[in-house]
Design a protein around this ligand. Structure first.
Ligand SMILES: Cc1cc2nc3c(=O)[nH]c(=O)nc-3n(C[C@H](O)[C@H](O)[C@H](O)COP(=O)(O)O)c2cc1C
Length: 133
């Protein structure tokens, strides 16, 4: 199974309904294609992990790569995993109702089964944004 982690930058302001649209399409397509993963949005940048059969992940990533809603896509990690590290597909972002530490806890829980490197990538991404805010 292939696991891919990338970072990208939103091209313009992203509203809650934009995020809901991305989430809706992702749940639908990724469910159909046997892809699990996590998408984290910090208000400016996206950090996403995708995992599944190599052909399915490659096809999804090509589609995502061509999406005009973001640019500057950089693959942080691309590796074979024997078992899924993200059991289901989820999207996390800081919600207006949630405190910073609650968001960090939620992200930590979502990456609990991931490799130490992938865990660190997501938790430090969330942490850096918290400090910068
Ligand atoms: C940051 C970001 C992450 C995305 N992640 C996914 C994803 O995991 N799966 C997916 O199918 N589409 C994802 N999309 C949306 C795709 O780029 C594309 O719009 C969608 O797959 C088209 O699906 P549709 O033809 O069913 O409407 C993402 C888009 C963005 C901007």
């Amino acid at each position: 199974m292939l696991q891919l982690v990338y970072i990208s930058t939103a091209r313009g302001p992203v509203t809650a309904s934009d995020l809901q649209r991305i989430l809706g399409a992702s749940r639908r397509n990724n469910g159909r294609d046997g892809i699990s993963g996590l998408l984290f949005f910090d208000g400016v940048r996206f950090l996403q992990a995708l995992e599944g059969e190599e052909a399915a992940v490659t096809t999804a990533f090509e589609r995502i790569h061509a999406d005009p809603r973001h640019s500057g896509i950089v693959v942080l990690s691309r590796r074979e995993v024997a078992t899924r590290e993200f059991g289901r597909w989820a999207m996390a972002s800081r919600t207006a109702l949630e405190g910073e530490s609650a968001m960090l806890e939620r992200v930590a829980a979502l990456v609990a089964d991931a490799s130490p490197m992938v865990q660190a990538t997501f938790t430090s991404f969330a942490e850096v944004r918290r400090k910068a805010a």
